[in-house]
Write a new protein. Structure first.
Length: 459
């Protein structure tokens, strides 16, 4: 069920909010079971065949966690993590690794039959399991009941595409009564406003940009030469498309969660204003960056064992982060390129020299632009066609559609984030009326166009 669909906006969300409000007032002890049931229903709407996978994933991990709590056998946590990664590998990477191993054919695997697609959110809820299990073994995480743990994994605003939420950020909120707070109405209104802002970013900016991206990459995939104008149009448009698509989803997720009384962590902080690649990853998909740092980079050695080990840990972390984004060598190359870029930045900082802010911003933005080509292209051949066009090795072309791209660039660069803007906005009837009008316009736009899936749903 898409956030930008009539089924969600006009049916599921109003019904869920009404039920949540009634239960919170009459039977507050049933609030968490209700939220869990709503989350499972939301997840099953897309493909009911994957509901058993989500339920079994929650149940198995919780049981192994309970066994560890009682027996204190570290191998139980290791087993749980291995099982999680194995399930992720079967669904997401079987075909990929089969292509790398001659004579091994796993492309016919179809666990659920009828050409079942990748289970939505499997990468995200797998990482949620890993975060809790690692912290449990380290003595940082306490014991939680099955319902609360299940809600942590399956909470519907974030189960499909994040943000990646640590147990310490939300578990204590599950015990609260959000509508009994003095600021309950204001928090609900700010959540609704965040939802509207996210819809604007997705429906009015992100989705239209796809018209400047898809035809060019489809032509490149067929081996057609791409002109200078087409290549830069597609590259710039995709950079802003993926930003408004994913940050728009995050704004919606944060807004919806806030309407149910839960504050989720922010995921974006005006990333295209970054002055270095390190700064970019502190601003882009921030919850994933923190996960990779704390649960991969540091365990690989981090900066505690000398420069060579740090360089290796940095490169390996980003390469694996690229693979997490998609089962393809282009994603690995994208991650590896960012790993090399971060290593270069690390070595530069070791020299004690500095780069003027404007130069740092330009270099960072260009690097991110060029590497987005690897992220978007389905093959290296298609990426090469785009790069040839960007470098002027083909024709110059014409018809660069700069107005929409320029508008998107200005919005993305100027900021502030939707969360910051909504939190600073004073309560106002005029603002509420304006939000309502925009919401109606969004509904008309959704009715006029086909619903676009979110880019990060495929990861």
């Amino acid at each position: 069920m898409l956030f930008n669909s009539f089924a969600f906006l006009l049916v599921f969300l109003p019904v869920a909010l009404l039920l949540h409000w009634l239960v919170e007032r009459v039977r507050p002890q049933l609030r968490l079971p209700l939220l869990l049931a709503l989350s499972v229903a939301f997840y099953g709407y897309w493909d009911w065949r994957f509901v058993p996978l989500l339920v079994l994933s929650v149940l198995l991990n919780w049981l192994l966690a309970q066994a560890f709590i009682r027996l204190r056998l570290g191998w139980l946590i290791a087993l749980a993590i291995i099982v999680n990664l194995a399930v992720l590998g079967v669904f997401k990477y079987a075909g990929f690794f089969a292509g790398l191993l001659p004579g091994l054919d796993l492309t016919g695997i179809d666990v659920f039959g009828s050409g079942a697609a990748l289970p939505l959110g499997i990468s995200f809820f797998t990482f949620h399991h890993v975060m809790y299990l690692v912290d449990l073994k380290a003595g940082r995480a306490p014991d939680f009941g099955l319902v609360k743990y299940g809600l942590y994994i399956a909470f519907f605003p974030q189960v499909l595409a994040g943000p990646l939420v640590r147990w310490s950020e939300v578990m204590h909120q599950f015990d609260q009564r959000p509508y009994a707070r003095a600021d309950a109405a204001e928090r609900f209104a700010r959540g609704l406003l965040l939802l509207v802002v996210g819809l604007i970013k997705k429906v009015f900016i992100g989705d239209p940009l796809s018209a400047y991206v898809n035809p060019v990459y489809e032509a490149a995939a067929k081996g057609t030469a791409v002109s200078l104008a087409e290549a830069w149009q597609a590259t710039l448009a995709f950079a802003f498309q993926i930003y408004f698509d994913f940050s728009g989803y995050t704004d919606m997720a944060l807004g919806i969660a806030l309407m149910f009384g839960i504050v989720l962590p922010q995921n974006f902080e005006v990333p295209y204003r970054a002055l270095s690649l390190q700064d970019f990853w502190r601003r882009w998909h921030m919850t994933l960056s923190r996960f990779l740092r704390d649960y991969l980079y540091i365990p690989l050695g981090g900066n505690r064992h000398g420069l060579p080990r740090q360089v290796w840990a940095l490169f390996a972390t980003m390469a694996l982060g690229g693979l997490w984004h998609g089962a393809g060598l282009t994603f690995v190359a994208w991650g590896a390129a960012h790993g090399l870029g971060l290593c270069a930045g690390l070595l530069w900082r070791r020299t004690g020299r500095t780069i003027p802010p404007l130069v740092g911003w330009a270099l960072t933005f260009l690097f991110v632009l060029f590497t987005w080509v690897l992220f978007r292209a389905q093959t290296f051949e298609a990426a090469l066609r785009i790069y040839e066009g960007m470098l002027g090795l083909t024709s110059i072309g014409h018809g660069f559609k700069w107005r929409t791209i320029l508008l998107a660039a200005l919005v993305a660069l100027i900021g502030p984030t939707a969360w910051a803007a909504v939190q600073r906005a004073p309560p106002s009837r005029l603002l509420a009326v304006a939000a309502a009008v925009v919401f109606v316009l969004v509904l008309f736009k959704i009715g006029d166009d086909a619903n676009y899936e979110f880019i990060y749903f495929q990861f």
